[in-house]
Design a protein around this ligand. Structure first.
Ligand code: GTP
Ligand code: MG
Length: 444
């Protein structure tokens, strides 16, 4: 559902992280792109405006633009704000009471019956014994549908003869639950084509009679901003405690899912991700944000880098990379910095787009490639490190002996370093230079 949005945001934010320092103008350009991407994903325009405003303020406000990891930090701010946007209210799913009554409400076809069955399975996993109630007195077919689902997942369903009032049906459901020692009652209520007073009065009556611990509004995420409007109307009329967003697996643009909590103040508690009864996910704002931004674990990485890497040292190295005056001495230094951040394979796996190299990087470490590289550089004199072109055959033999490696090892390293320097001169963009550096270290 979030593919297009995700792609656009990644591209925009990627342009910030691929380099060192960024200017206020860079942030401005990126924020314009973020704004467009969100609007095109059908996110509520007011929500977009506030979101971009908050990101901009935090990004230009706190001296971060001067820091080397400015790009990453802006991405982190976007992530934090996205999580914030998705995090309204209390997301916990409450089941106190015996039986605990959970009522599902929503428009026709939004996915109430399907979600009732899904939720039943979830409740079983929590160690509880649910009973389902077909609380739709109008369509016998609705009760049939629930019965079929209940049979498939081995959960009892309570139904009443046509014409029984909703309040009587649900009361009967609670009594049935007591008789059958069922401790959770899930009500599958009737849907209407549009919001009307009768529907609201009915839901209110059920709420007054049974005081459900959870009244979950089921909304079809495929219906876009309409879903947000529907949710607002429901929330205004009945005490909705949470949302189940269904059909997240569809190809709608996702804006409804992103704005619904911010607009209504009601937390999304579950996502419906398919037609089958196991397609229900607990909603985690941080995971959804991470999925949309495709960030791997870059946040952890930013934090580790902040903690372990000497920023001034890193700045000097980057400057040298930029001017292509990067020497073997610098090489050694940057290898040591990398190592401070954790096992190389793990560090690589946290960098977006580098995850596929993680295994090879770690293998290179395990083989001792980096140690060998380090030993060879250490066996060189300062002059040799600064200018490897003076490395004639006898110097190379000396270095091989001094580092406990072989002449071919030394030759290979010198050649690779030369290749890397050439490559760096041709490349622009810190990200590409870093990749060249990675290639040199044998992580390809
Ligand atoms: N792809 C997908 N389809 C879903 C999901 N949830 C429900 N559906 C489908 O949506 C349609 C309507 O689902 P129902 O559960 O019958 O909806 P309802 O709200 O009970 O409908 P009424 O009882 O008529 O008001 C069915 O075809 C379901 O299979 C979901 O998360 N993903
Ligand atoms: Mg139904």
């Amino acid at each position: 559902m979030f593919d297009t949005l995700s792609e656009r945001l990644r591209k925009t934010l990627g342009s910030l992280t691929g380099r060192g320092r960024i200017s206020e103008a860079d942030v401005e350009v990126a924020m314009r792109e973020v704004r467009l991407a969100l609007l095109e994903a059908d996110v509520n325009f007011k929500v977009v405006k506030e979101f971009v405003g908050r990101v901009r303020e935090r990004a230009v406000g706190h001296d971060i633009l001067d820091s080397l990891s400015a790009g990453q930090q802006v991405v982190k701010i976007v992530n934090d704000e996205l999580v914030q946007l998705l995090s309204a209210g209390d997301r916990a799913f409450h089941l106190s009471g015996n039986p605990a009554v959970v009522s599902l409400v929503g428009l026709q076809g939004s996915g109430k019956t399907t979600s009732t069955a899904k939720l039943a399975r979830h409740v079983v996993k929590l160690g509880r014994r649910p009973l389902l109630v077909a609380a739709d007195p109008y369509r016998p077919a609705a009760a049939d549908q629930l019965e079929t689902l209940g049979r498939a997942i081995d959960i009892p369903v309570h139904r009443a003869p046509a014409g029984t009032s909703v309040v009587d049906i649900v009361r009967g459901g609670v009594e049935a639950a007591r008789r059958q020692t069922r401790d959770v009652v899930i009500l599958d209520t009737a849907g209407r084509l549009s919001l009307d007073e009768e529907l609201m009065a009915e839901i209110t009556a059920v709420n007054v009679a049974l005081k459900p611990i959870e009244t979950l509004l089921v909304v079809d995420a495929m219906t876009g901003q309409e879903a947000v409007a529907v949710a607002q109307a429901f929330v205004a009329a009945v005490p909705v405690t949470g949302l189940i967003l269904t059909k997240i697996d569809g190809d709608a643009r996702g804006g409804a899912a992103l704005s619904i909590s911010a607009v209504t103040g009601v937390p999304v508690k579950f996502l419906g991700t398919g037609e089958k009864t196991d397609a229900l996910e607990l909603f985690h704002p941080d995971r959804l944000a991470g999925r949309i931004l495709g960030m791997g674990d870059i946040l952890t990485l930013v934090e580790r880098a902040k903690e372990h890497v000497d920023q001034r040292q890193a700045a000097r190295l980057e400057e040298k990379l930029r001017k292509s005056s990067f020497t073997l001495d610098d090489m050694l230094e940057s290898m040591q910095q990398m190592q401070k951040m954790g096992p190389l394979g793990q560090v690589m796996s946290m960098i977006p787009g580098m995850g596929n190299l993680a295994g090879e990087a770690q293998a290179a470490v395990d083989r001792g490639d980096l140690k060998r590289t380090e030993a060879i550089i250490r066996a060189m004199t300062g002059n040799e490190r600064r200018d490897p072109t003076i490395l004639n055959a006898s110097r190379r033999r000396r270095i091989a002996a001094g580092s406990g490696t072989s002449l071919p090892d030394v030759n290979r390293l010198v050649k690779q370093f030369g290749d890397m320097q050439k490559l760096m001169k041709q490349l622009s963009g810190g990200g590409k230079r870093a990749a060249a550096l990675g290639a040199f270290m044998g992580w390809r």
